[in-house]
Design a protein around this ligand. Structure first.
Ligand code: SF4
Ligand SMILES: [Zn+2]
Length: 358
């Protein structure tokens, strides 16, 4: 497939240019207010450097928007070292009442080639013993979600709430295959969700769908429609939550190549607001909108006057799971430009010829 060849080349190139860092230097952590299954609480986020996403390192080259592999040490990180890094990171944060711990690795937490079982079970065991930790969230591709792995994790965690976030990205199989290069289908995702659901209620396990807003070669209009449609689909197949990731341009990705050529722009924040409005009124499960790079040059953007206010209102919407009245009524001069972009969505964005990119 052309896109895989291209991704593989871009990935190889990015890996060559990568500045080599030690696992410890690549680790990160932060904390903040968050929405838990039980209501508003605290979240501790821990980034653990692992050997790198198996999909990105395969001949496929990985997903068109993802640079996780560039944030990994690309060497096997031993179980003891991973556990040690995790402990050091957790020690930096106060574990307040009602805390969720979110662990991000450079790929799939449930792939034992990336996170050795020994490290996985020890980390979950540490969290089992922390009384204030009420839930643990990890990320994985669906192919690593098996009954055996879920049972192991759930037992190691003493049956605390365990959420597996999987990057469905979109409910559109064509987009996922040709614009994202994800390497699995809706049917694969549905099978993983079904496995998770089959373990309930004995095991306290839940599925979260990550959805990507505005893949490459997608117009502003289609990005909105597909995002809304995908959230409805995720709810319909049994996901407990949805988390939207509006596009940000990461280094060493096909998305960055297209962006540099003027053939791609991340979504408007107005589009994100529109998605939230439609989803809040039609989807009953909790929906979170990631606002990480809002208002930056490489992230979702409106104009200098409204970026940060809208970001704050979207965070408020995440915590309250509604549309705050200020967000409902919010207006800014830049909105007419967005409306024109949606109406006359530039179709060159959806027809850019990949062969030109070589
Ligand atoms: S998005 Fe996930 S599956 Fe795709 S390359 Fe990145 S880490 Fe791997
Ligand atoms: Zn504005």
């Amino acid at each position: 497939m052309e896109i895989q060849k291209l991704m593989h080349e871009i990935r190889e190139n990015a890996i060559e240019k990568m500045e080599k860092k030690s696992p410890e230097d690549l680790a990160a952590s932060w904390s903040g207010e968050d929405l838990l299954y039980s209501g508003i609480g605290n979240a501790i986020f821990v980034v653990l450097p692992t050997s790198g996403c198996a999909w990105a390192l395969s001949g496929s080259g990985g997903c068109t928007m993802c640079s996780y592999v560039a944030d990994s040490p690309l060497v096997d990180v031993g179980a003891d070292e991973l556990v040690d890094i995790f402990k050091k990171r957790m020690a930096r944060h106060e574990i307040r009442e009602n805390t969720t711990v979110k662990i991000f690795v450079s790929g799939s937490f449930l792939n034992e080639d990336e996170v050795p079982k020994e490290a996985r079970d020890t980390i979950l065991g540490i969290l089992r013993d922390e009384e204030n930790v009420k839930e643990v969230v990890v990320e994985s591709r669906p192919e690593y979600v098996t009954e055996e792995v879920l049972r192991d994790c759930s037992e190691a965690l003493g049956n605390k709430l365990f959420e597996i976030g999987m990057g469905l990205e979109t409910s559109n199989n064509h987009t996922r295959k040709y614009k994202i290069n994800k390497g699995f289908t809706c049917e694969d995702f549905e099978a993983a969700v079904a496995t998770i659901k089959s373990m309930q209620p004995k095991h306290n396990v839940h599925a979260k769908a990550y959805l990507f807003v505005k893949p490459i070669l997608t117009s502003e209009r289609d990005a909105i429609d597909e995002a809304v449609e995908s959230a409805r689909y995720a709810e319909g197949i049994g996901a407990s939550r949805v988390s939207f990731c509006p596009a940000t341009i990461h280094k060493g990705t096909l998305m960055e190549t297209l962006w540099k050529q003027g053939a791609y722009q991340p979504p408007w924040i107005w589009s994100v607001v529109e998605i939230l409005k439609q989803v809040r009124s039609s989807v009953k499960i909790p929906v979170i909108m990631d606002t990480a790079a809002f208002g930056t040059r490489r992230g979702p953007y409106n104009c200098k006057k409204c970026n940060s206010r809208l970001k704050k209102l979207i965070i408020q919407s995440n915590l309250q799971q509604n549309i705050p009245s200020e967000l409902e009524e919010f207006e800014c001069d830049c909105k007419v430009k967005w409306a024109a972009d949606v109406e006359f969505s530039d179709l060159t964005h959806s027809t850019t010829n990949l062969s030109r990119m070589k």
